[in-house]
Design a protein around this ligand. Structure first.
Ligand code: SF4
Ligand code: SF4
Length: 213
């Protein structure tokens, strides 16, 4: 008995099966839908892509919608209140002497190894040491804030809200004690980390000012 191949309805996707052998159903004639010349030259896709580009171009030029770019430095983003900026060294109640007691906690914890402290004896009998040299290499600093967390004296903060300024020489990126003290302020926090957390106050102030807007 002769076996005849029979026709099969075309599938809706993929290669189209035109005929299937009666002897072996795995033997088939398929029609592969090759891309058209218009598709292989990508002319149609290019025109569609240009259309999308032009649509966004005119939409943003005319309405200035969807533009996230700001006109820096005239416009600046408002940073969150706990943004970590340049370091500063806080001063004691006399608003003059540095709070740092050269305990070496911050250079020990610093993962970038960018804090250099050379201690010296303090003339104040109630304080053992103070930093003769206190330097931070802002180019190496990874702004992790560990130094602030480790300090038991509220001597170092990163709440200036400003970035390390650009510099042409590496030496200009090193902040020394005088520079950081000039950025600092009087702190009445209790030595040893006791007392209210000064950051909570800043956070509360920021929340109040946000509500007033
Ligand atoms: S912020 Fe981090 S990397 Fe920078 S000085 Fe402090 S501990 Fe070191
Ligand atoms: S942890 Fe605080 S007190 Fe200790 S060396 Fe650093 S800044 Fe000074």
């Amino acid at each position: 008995m002769a076996h005849q191949a029979h026709d099969e309805p075309a599938s809706t996707s993929g290669p189209e099966v035109v005929r299937v052998s009666d002897r072996n159903p795995r033997v088939r004639v398929v029609r592969v839908n090759r891309p058209t010349p218009g598709e292989t030259t990508f002319i149609q896709a290019t025109v569609v892509g240009l259309g999308v580009t032009l649509k966004h171009f005119f939409r943003n030029i005319i309405g200035k919608r969807d533009i996230e770019t700001i006109q820096y430095p005239e416009e600046k983003y408002k940073y969150p209140p706990r943004t970590r900026g340049l370091h500063r060294l806080m001063r004691r109640e006399d608003d003059h002497t540095v709070r740092c007691v050269a305990c070496m906690m911050c250079p020990t914890v610093c993962p970038a190894n960018c804090i250099t402290i050379v201690p010296e004896e303090s003339p104040d009998g109630s304080i053992e040491k103070r930093p003769a040299i206190f330097e931070i290499d802002e180019l190496r600093c990874i702004v992790c804030g560990f130094c602030v967390e480790a300090c038991p004296c509220d001597a170092i903060r990163m709440d200036t809200g400003v970035h390390a300024p650009p510099s042409e020489k590496r030496a200009d990126a090193i902040m020394d004690k005088a520079h950081m003290l000039a950025l600092g302020a009087r702190s009445t926090a209790m030595q040893g980390g006791r007392g209210p957390d000064w950051r909570e106050g800043r956070l509360a102030d920021a929340l109040v000012s946000d509500k007033q807007k």
